[in-house]
Design a binder for this molecule. Sequence first.
Ligand SMILES: [Zn+2]
Length: 283
Amino acid sequence: MPELPEVETVRRGLEQRVVGRTVLAVEVGRERTVRRTSARQLVDGLTGATILAAGRRGKYLLCPLDTGDTLLVHLRMTGQLLLVPAGAPPLPHTHVVMSLSGTPGEQLWFRDPRTFGEMVVFDPDHADVEVPELAQLGVDPLADGLGVDDLRQLLATKRGRLKPLLLDQHVIAGIGNIYADEILHAARLNPDRPANSLHRPDVVRLHDAMHDVLAAAVGAGGSTLGDSQYVDLMGNGGSYQDDHRVYGRAGERCTTCGRGVIRRAVVNGRSTYWCPVCQRAPR
Ligand SMILES: [Zn+2]
């Protein structure tokens, strides 16, 4: 599933290649992609609108339009936004096609084999009603800036363990399963550590790891795994998977300490990877 670095990579592509262009026509092939409203509402909301900017909150892409509305795109599991030449042969699972102004003629496609992703045009003045989960999103560690003291306060009030806390979009927005494991490993913190047991040096390491891992992953264009469909706007995969220290490496020796063997546990269908030497279990 695309996480903050992947969504940020797509956002940067939109900023470079799509912002400033006008949507000339929209076709919706799959209603599930527009399930929050309707195909008609997406077509009416986008046709003739100019995309003014490309923003991001957590895993949500938010593009303000010159109509006053905002286009929201959530890629969920397998969504892709692709910029393709007009007339390109259609790919399967392309659910929305937006024809853009400018030469050469190009289209913005929303592809999504598993159809969990969505697109919606909403009125930002009524976001609390139209997309209520946006108002409930936690702090975005890159877009909002998250200081050590902010993080310390966030953690001090939380019961529960570190890994599920990092995944909770209401607390910190944008981190998913891959980057939670990589961040905790870089911070030398066990995923089962109670969040409110961290001392200030632990919080500093977690804070630094969060910024370092996410920034490095954005720099690498995100992670493209064998089982995921993530590519950027131009259809290229990321390369940060080559830098994963724990995720997907169960049974391998930890390259950080050279002593631990990476472990994997599955809780609620999600894998957690960690090094038992770098990330000692809480007592
Ligand atoms: Zn290790």
